[in-house]
Design a protein around this ligand. Structure first.
Ligand code: ISE
Length: 335
């Protein structure tokens, strides 16, 4: 069976996903694209030979759209996801599921009222081979009970539109989800520490930031977010357990020796760093829709929980305080 996909939001990630769904993923075909910029929508739709539909609402209701991929701007995700649930259509929503945790609660309620899972959130690190190996090792007890994790999330640079809150809302949100998943634990508090700022940033930005998280089981996680590091796109993660440590491998790439040095190239952007993860993520999503298996990827609960943490982190950045993270009780539906 081939699932008809409608894509909302034809920015660069939308374009990447349309190319991926057209050229890499089997069992799905992009049938419709919508974007407020109709020229952009037309350009991206052309990749798949899809139709342009001039509103997200019409796209969601379209007869050729069996499932929806949302790659629009974060603040409009909530209403678009809710419209998909109302139409009873599966929806893959890029992170963040919502920018405001209260909207996440509305999505949880709507999906439970529908009675089965429709929502998957695009936390692609869960599909990265290195992270999956770490997860297997931790779950098998390979390092004992996790006590700490040290993470770094570095981008070479960010545009002027990137503001200080985005360090958690947009960037460290990946570590928030990956660590909840790796440790199978929820966060209970967050603090954001500001080291000396780099001179290589736009004046308004606090960069780097260190995000300190505490889990319900008492594990402590530090995430260095440094989005103007200049040298590359670098993701590091080490989990320290009672009997050992496990570290995310760097992407496999040749080690070159010469000129009295040995080293390997550092990836420059996240589409390259996580290209394979994006492929696996959308293929597994498509396969589960085609097989009628329940969705197994990051759920609306995961999207909601991540937003509660990142909203608290923004308050922590602004106040300099340790901010408690208060999740609603996890519904059995999301057990
Ligand atoms: C971007 O939205 C991402 O998802 C990237 O993984 C992250 O590194 C970057 O900082 C974000 O802006």
């Amino acid at each position: 069976m081939t699932i008809g996909i409608g894509l909302i939001g034809a920015g660069w990630i939308g374009e990447e996903h349309v190319s991926r769904l057209t050229n890499v993923i089997t069992g799905a075909r992009v049938t419709a694209v919508s974007d407020i910029d109709l020229d952009r929508a037309a350009k991206v739709a052309a990749i798949a030979g899809a139709r342009v539909i001039d509103s997200p609402e019409k796209l969601i209701d379209d007869a050729e759209v069996d499932a929806v991929v949302i790659t629009s701007w974060g603040p409009v995700h909530a209403e678009q996801v809710l419209a998909c649930i109302a139409a009873g259509k599966p929806v893959f929503c890029e992170k963040p599921l919502t920018t405001d945790a209260a909207d996440g609660l509305r999505i949880l309620e709507a999906e439970q009222a529908h009675g089965s899972r429709l929502v998957q959130v695009g936390f692609m690190r869960r599909y990265d081979a290195g992270y999956r190996q770490m997860k297997q090792i931790i779950d098998a007890g390979g390092v004992g009970a996790p006590l700490m994790a040290h993470c770094a999330h570095r981008n070479p640079s960010v545009p002027e539109s990137y503001h200080s809150g985005m360090a958690t809302l947009d960037t460290a949100v990946h570590e928030v989800d990956a660590l909840r998943w790796l440790l199978d634990d929820e966060f209970v508090s967050v603090q954001v520490v500001k080291p000396r700022s780099t001179s290589k940033r736009f004046e308004h930005l606090t960069d780097p930031q260190i995000v300190l998280l505490e889990t319900a089981a008492g594990a402590r996680i530090d995430v260095e977010v440094f989005v103007n590091c200049q040298y590359g796109y670098d993701i590091q993660c080490e989990v320290v357990g009672e009997t050992g440590t496990v570290r995310l491998p760097d992407p496999a790439t040749p080690v070159v020796r010469g000129a009295a040095q040995a080293g390997f190239a550092v990836v420059q952007d996240f589409p390259s760093r996580f290209a394979a993860a994006f492929d696996v993520e959308l293929q597994e999503w498509t396969d589960s829709l085609n097989s009628d298996r329940a969705l197994a990827g990051p759920s609306a609960w995961d999207g909601y929980a991540a937003t509660v943490v990142t909203n608290a982190a923004v308050r922590a950045l602004e106040s300099g305080q340790i901010v408690p993270i208060e999740l609603t009780e996890r519904p059995a539906f999301y057990a």
